[in-house]
Design a protein around this ligand. Structure first.
Ligand SMILES: Nc1ncnc2c1ncn2[C@@H]1O[C@H](COP(=O)(O)OP(=O)(O)OP(=O)(O)O)[C@@H](O)[C@H]1O
Length: 214
């Protein structure tokens, strides 16, 4: 893992729409290195859509999302600085876990030799040779967390990261979030329950503050 992260996130006047439904109006959000934000709101209020818009997977109806690095070269693509962990894990059923992690390491410019240590960190050292399809739901979530660690991006965009982790998995997640924030990483997480192990500021969607009241 490299040194400290120094990326900031600036969301200005963001408006998000799905079909005829406006989910977010004129949202402003600034995150500095180390910030943790919990996105809260009822089902369908737009938490996933907001994460996807910040990740560059959903085109906003208005406004802008910008990442800025304090030092270093200009950021050309979101993927250089952000990892997105969605509802659906990216684990392929018919491939061994270790091979999938090595593939991600290659694609995302990470070191292959860190894969075993990272799988160990997320409690999957005994599952490395198993096919993705036989992993439990919680093990697949742990594998997604391994991908986050492997990619080592500054900004983590997480959709319900604690689901469906067991108690020990939640404690592990809490440690990872805390360590990421202490290194200057930014975390935005859509949640229905408080994030484990860390104190987050809350951004509530589906309220007058987010510009839309359901
Ligand atoms: N691909 C899509 N096409 C059309 N509408 C969509 C699409 N994806 C989501 N929506 C709609 O956008 C709204 C917001 O969905 P979103 O998944 O962002 O909510 P959420 O706050 O993350 O909900 P939950 O708490 O249930 O995960 C919902 O009404 C949903 O039906």
């Amino acid at each position: 893992m490299t040194g400290r992260h120094n990326v900031s996130l600036c969301v200005r006047g963001l408006t998000l729409q799905r079909g005829f439904r406006r989910l977010v109006s004129d949202l402003n959000l600034v995150c500095s290195p180390g910030d943790i934000v919990a996105l809260q709101g009822p089902n369908g209020s737009g938490k996933t859509t907001l994460l996807r818009a910040i990740a560059g997977f959903h085109t906003p109806a208005g406004g802008s999302v910008a990442f800025e690095a304090e030092h270093g070269p200009e950021i050309e693509e979101v993927g250089e600085v952000a990892s997105f962990l969605g509802h659906q894990d990216p684990i392929k059923a018919g491939e061994k876990l270790i091979d999938q992690l090595i593939f991600w390491a290659d694609v995302r410019g990470a070191r292959r030799d860190s894969v075993s240590e990272i799988l160990d960190r997320v409690g999957l050292s005994r599952q490395t040779g198993l096919q993705g399809g036989v992993l439990s739901a919680g093990q697949r979530k742990r594998a997604s967390l391994a991908r986050l660690l492997l990619e080592d991006r500054a900004v983590w965009l997480l959709d319900e990261p604690a689901s469906p982790l067991d108690q020990e998995g939640r404690a592990l997640l809490g440690n990872l979030l805390d360590a990421h924030s202490r290194r200057g990483g930014i975390i935005l997480a859509a949640v229905h329950d408080p994030l484990p192990g860390v104190t987050a500021r809350t951004l509530a969607l589906g309220t007058a503050e987010s510009g839309v009241v359901p």
